[in-house]
Design a protein around this ligand. Structure first.
Ligand code: ZN
Length: 434
């Protein structure tokens, strides 16, 4: 990247919702079946067939929205996006336009220095996929056919704000987004099969300039590596054009990995070109509080929530919880959960992780920083404390039971906070003759 220009990148991800059936009809969602075997009058767009919304697709969209910190609209609306293409038999795609399911949100994207940068999510809306054109079929290779098995499969389009600043950051954003979608069970994460595809909007501007430059859109990129290569190429191309005094044309491009360059597909469409209007065959989508609450309660711990737990349980600040990648902290917490570490030792291990960059397990192994559960070792530590405290022992045996806390504290101090609290209680009550 040239030092006098900066890239401005926004990604639109089309994620297939991992449902059993299509968005607006009961046809199965499967891949690899014979062409046009998973179709019905609705997804074929036959006259008179009416769509009926798949509740499972809505639930998955809501889960993703919640996981991304979005506001889930209690009332959203479907719209028709009109365009002609052979894989779209109705002549329009059912999508959402001015009242999307989810709005506002964010994704924390890990940076090479271990920090994270928060990238805004503008919206996430439900829509249906188109079919698939198969070109160059038949003996003469001059025939194109259409397979509509994919037509009507539910997608969530997740529109990120144009806040990414490099090709590698864009690729990292996609990795994070994919892991969130998979964590909530909304997407199978399979890029090769097209379950997770992305369009990249790319522009460049002189450093310090606030206005956005003219952007190009690179369509349908389906690998993290291609995203990075395509954006790198496009940024270099735009910077070269501006340097040469030329302008950037607002066009739609496609990445060709064989030639290692983007090719222009067509002039970029604006939303006017699609003549959006409200879908007359579907009522507004109204979600009850109970429906959203239930989905919120069923979400698994997500990267952001896990970070909140680190802050709470290790007494870290929000800033502390970011030096380290979430995965490293998760490994530390796994040792807290399985009883290898106590809270006190976990804080010590954490400090060493930050200092050395080593993993929790490496530190635990190398420095023997783990809860001591060995009965013999705990007994020995207890005996030493009891032997050194004859006055307290006599008072305890005379009925001053509150002194139990004194003995516990002394043993913990002697073991560097490593004695397993339950094993310690058992040993003390045995040795003190409680
Ligand atoms: Zn169907």
């Amino acid at each position: 990247m040239s030092p006098d220009y900066e890239a401005v990148i926004g990604l639109e991800v089309h994620a297939r919702m991992h449902t059993r059936t299509k968005a607006f009809c009961p046809c199965a969602v499967r891949f690899g079946d014979p062409p046009n075997s998973l179709v019905c009058p609705t997804c074929l767009g036959l006259p008179g067939a009416l769509p009926s919304l798949n509740r499972e697709a809505v639930a998955m969209g809501v889960r993703v929205g919640l996981a991304l910190g979005c506001t889930v609209r209690r009332r959203s609306r479907f719209a028709r996006k009109n365009y002609f293409y052979p894989d779209l038999p109705k002549g329009y795609q059912i999508s959402q336009y001015d009242e999307p399911l989810c709005e506002g949100g964010w994704l924390d994207v890990p940076q090479p220095d271990g920090s994270t940068r928060r990238i805004g999510i503008e919206r996430a809306h439900l829509e249906e996929d188109a079919g698939k054109n198969l070109h160059g079929v038949g003996a003469s290779r001059e025939v194109s056919l259409v397979d509509l098995n994919r037509a009507g499969v539910p997608l969530l389009e997740i529109v990120g704000r144009p806040e990414l600043r490099s090709a590698s950051e864009a690729a990292e954003y996609l990795r994070q987004l994919r892991s969130v979608l998979m964590a909530v069970g909304a997407n199978d994460g399979n890029l090769e099969s097209g379950s997770f595809r992305c369009d990249a909007n790319v522009s460049v501007r002189p450093v310090g300039e606030r206005r956005l430059g003219t952007r190009t859109e690179i369509k349908n990129i389906n690998s993290f590596r291609f995203v990075q290569r395509a954006i790198e190429w496009e940024v270099a191309e735009q910077v070269a054009a501006l340097r040469a005094g030329a302008s950037v044309a607002q066009v739609t491009k496609t990445w060709d990995d064989d030639s290692g360059r983007c090719h222009v597909l067509r002039r970029k469409e604006g939303s006017d070109d699609y003549r959006y209007f409200p879908e007359p065959d579907l009522p507004p989508l109204v979600l009850s509080e109970a429906f959203v609450d239930e989905l919120a309660a069923s979400l698994p711990p997500l990267p952001a929530a896990r970070r909140a737990r680190y802050v709470r349980e290790l007494g870290l600040t929000e800033g502390d919880a970011r030096p380290l990648p979430v995965e490293a902290l998760a490994a530390l917490f796994a040792r807290l959960d399985d009883g290898t570490l106590s809270g006190t030792i976990a804080r010590e291990v954490y400090a060493k992780m930050v200092e050395s960059g080593r993993s929790a397990d490496e530190i635990i192994e190398a420095e023997g920083l783990r809860v001591v559960t060995d009965e013999g070792a705990i007994d020995a530590a207890c005996r030493a404390v009891i032997d050194a405290s004859p006055k307290q022992l006599a008072a305890y045996r005379a009925g001053k039971r509150a002194l139990l806390g004194y003995f516990k504290g002394e043993v913990m101090r002697a073991t560097g906070g490593r004695a397993d609290p339950r094993a310690l209680d058992a040993a003390l009550s045995r040795l003190l003759g409680g």
